[in-house]
Design a protein around this ligand. Structure first.
Ligand SMILES: [Fe+2]
Length: 452
């Protein structure tokens, strides 16, 4: 113990520390925490004694517990004496302190300093304590403890609702305040730790999802590699299918699932021999039967799915060649017995296949593809989906344009060998004739009328 201390009883505020052993025991908490602050009559006594003893106390006090080392605290009170006592107490307890004697100065300090908590009086000139608490919480995410003796005007609930983390009545003891402050800072640290872990978790989850989607895309590209070497086709199928799914009123998670699952619809083609898959001419009946197996092969590849997207992908792979009238394959399902994903992808796949290059054909114009889809509404396709699709043709054409690269319908195209001689040939002639007529009408309208 320091030789500078006498054996006389030490009186601080309203408390008496009667003997030296008690004083020694209380060093870890420091002497000034034992005084009571906030009653005007007690302040001069506290301040005087605290100032006189400050050097001795500092030299005798053992280091404060390190639960909140160097947390930065702003003390705000229009009574300088209270600020000084609290500052000294908190510094001895291991905190770094700043002080302000009115709310306006406190707001300025909040703007420029990094703080962990504010301890504030309520009744002050300018910005009052309740407003300060709100600013600290909402603008700077800083916790606050409010001190007041005016319970009639400011209820506990109102102060907490304004964002305070705790509340103390005057007169207060520094000891109580420090206990409350440590609790508030502990909760703040726990919250920050939880937020950091949440962010890490979200980042890890995002990375995992990206890896998952990336793996799916590579599986799709591997399956499409033989007859679709750019991957554009599967990308478009995903986008257009998701658009149609959204307009059909499916939930956000279903739309997202279709976005990722639809590109896997032809994954079973990996099991189809090249001489059939890449044959430029018309398929024989036997070859067509083999080709049809890509649906069940896809179903087998995607069997026993563990994830929702793969479950959806399997359903689509198995059903994207079923027809609304029940004449499709592999199971001859009809109408709404065909899962919505299968119905959507069937329509989108046909549209995209018609308007894209294939080993056996040039791309057909969008108008031709749309006419074909309109014609097959209610037989091949779900009529409600066709109606939606026709309403979205501009948006679909835009997606097609964006993801098409250099590929597009040539100025003069010819029917593929597979499509020769059927209804399609007649329809093409009719569309071409209509286009010629519209062109002629446009040219006629553009010719200025001769002067009379
Ligand atoms: Fe297919």
């Amino acid at each position: 113990m320091s030789a500078g201390l006498s054996n006389a009883p030490l009186r601080i505020g309203t408390r008496t520390l009667s003997d030296r052993p008690v004083l020694e025991k209380s060093m870890q908490h420091s002497i000034v925490r034992e005084c009571r602050i906030g009653l005007r009559t007690g302040i001069p006594c506290c301040r005087r004694i605290a100032c006189q003893r400050q050097k001795t106390i500092v030299s005798m006090a053992t280091p404060a517990p390190s639960t909140t080392p160097k947390s930065r605290i702003l003390i705000v009170d229009d009574e300088k004496g209270i600020c000084d006592i609290l500052q000294m107490s908190l510094q001895l307890a291991g905190f770094e302190c700043l002080t302000a004697y009115n709310g306006d100065d406190a707001v300025r300090i909040l703007e420029t300093e990094s703080l962990d908590a504010v301890i504030t009086d309520i009744r002050m000139p300018g910005v009052d304590g309740v407003e300060l608490v709100k600013i600290a919480r909402e603008k700077h995410q800083v916790d606050s403890i409010v001190m007041t003796a005016y319970m009639k005007e400011y209820t506990y609930e109102r102060i907490i609702e304004n964002g305070a983390s705790d509340f103390v009545f005057k007169p207060i003891t520094p000891n109580e305040l420090i206990v409350r402050l440590r609790r508030v800072l502990r909760e703040r640290a726990l919250l920050a730790d939880r937020n950091r872990k949440n962010l890490e978790l979200h980042a890890a989850l995002y990375e995992l999802r990206e890896a998952y989607h990336d793996t799916i895309n590579r599986l799709v590209l591997a399956a499409e590699y033989k007859d679709e070497n750019t991957g554009d086709h599967v990308m478009r199928i995903g986008r257009i299918s998701a658009l149609l799914a959204e307009k059909s009123g499916l939930s956000r998670s279903q739309v997202e699932s279709i976005f990722f699952a639809a590109p896997m619809h032809d994954v079973g083609k990996i099991g189809i021999p090249d001489h059939i898959l890449l044959k430029p001419g018309k398929l024989t009946e036997d070859e067509f039967a083999v080709m049809q197996q890509h649906t069940t092969i896809g179903g087998a590849i995607l069997a026993n799915p563990k994830a929702e997207i793969l479950r959806h992908a399997r359903e689509i792979a198995l059903t994207h060649h079923e027809r609304w009238d029940g004449k499709g394959y592999p199971h001859g399902l009809a109408g709404e017995a065909i899962p919505i994903g299968g119905r959507i992808v069937k329509l989108v796949d046909v549209f995209d296949a018609l308007t894209s290059v294939r080993p056996y054909k040039d791309p057909y114009p969008v108008e031709v593809a749309i006419e074909l889809i309109r014609k097959d509404s209610g037989t091949h396709f779900d009529p409600k989906l066709v109606e939606l699709f026709l309403g979205l043709k501009d948006e679909i054409a835009e997606i097609k344009k964006r993801t098409c690269g250099k590929q597009g319908a040539p100025a003069e195209f010819r029917l593929s060998e597979r499509d020769q001689g059927g209804n399609l040939a007649d329809m093409m002639k009719s569309i071409a004739a209509k286009a010629t007529l519209v062109d002629a009408e446009k040219k006629a309208a553009a010719v200025p009328a001769p002067p009379v």
